[in-house]
Design a protein. Structure first.
Length: 194
């Protein structure tokens, strides 16, 4: 048996002698770094789309395509016992007051919210329209009067919800705002912008 010395596996380092080979290696490295730095991912949960997802309505006669729209819900055993749909009239400003918002909630604790018609006045539903002011928030909702606000759910699942809505909301002073021609088609737990 032949024994090799410990130096048998060592090799001499050879400096790069070919300058054009160095040039191509450096150029390749620069291109890889440039490509990787150009690939950035914005993952704030917002889907920027003008496609099939939306929340639209006429509020006081003014047509609005809502921003920062979201459909959330939850319940036991893969059921929807509570859902919330809401959005803002404009996108969030860099400074200043937040734009007015519209939302509605439906509860069916122990049950399951399925396609169908849901309406106020009912203890298991509320609709709100909120206007931000310098001295506080002016809230119009369905709990101040016996106004009717109707939501018709055409489809609901863990992938999304689709339907229509309309009705009246009122503030504490008794002033009412009519909400008409409301439509929505939203994915589940994904913020949508028009």
């Amino acid at each position: 048996m032949k024994i090799l010395s410990s130096r048998a596996f060592l090799t001499k380092a050879k400096p790069i002698r070919n300058p054009s080979g160095s040039f191509w290696a450096i150029l390749c490295l620069i291109m890889i770094i440039t490509c990787l730095s150009a690939c950035s991912k914005k993952d704030d949960g917002v889907v920027e789309t003008t496609g099939d997802y939306y929340l639209r309505a006429k509020v006081g006669g003014k047509a609005i395509n809502f921003y920062k729209v979201n459909f959330q819900g939850g319940g036991n055993d893969n059921r929807f016992e509570h859902i919330v749909i809401g959005g803002h009239e404009t996108s969030y400003p860099a400074s200043g007051p937040v734009s007015p918002s519209l939302d509605f909630e439906i509860w069916k604790i122990g049950g399951n919210i399925t396609p169908g018609t849901y309406a106020t006045p009912a203890e298991n539903m509320i609709a709100r329209y909120a206007i931000q002011k310098s001295d506080g928030t002016l809230i119009y909702n369905t709990s101040y009067g016996d106004d009717v606000f109707t939501v018709k759910i055409e489809a609901i699942s863990k992938t999304g919800i689709k339907g229509t809505f309309s009705g009246t909301v009122r503030n504490l002073a008794g002033e009412a705002i009519s909400i008409t021609d409301g439509t929505f088609n939203l994915p589940y737990e994904t913020i949508i912008n028009p």
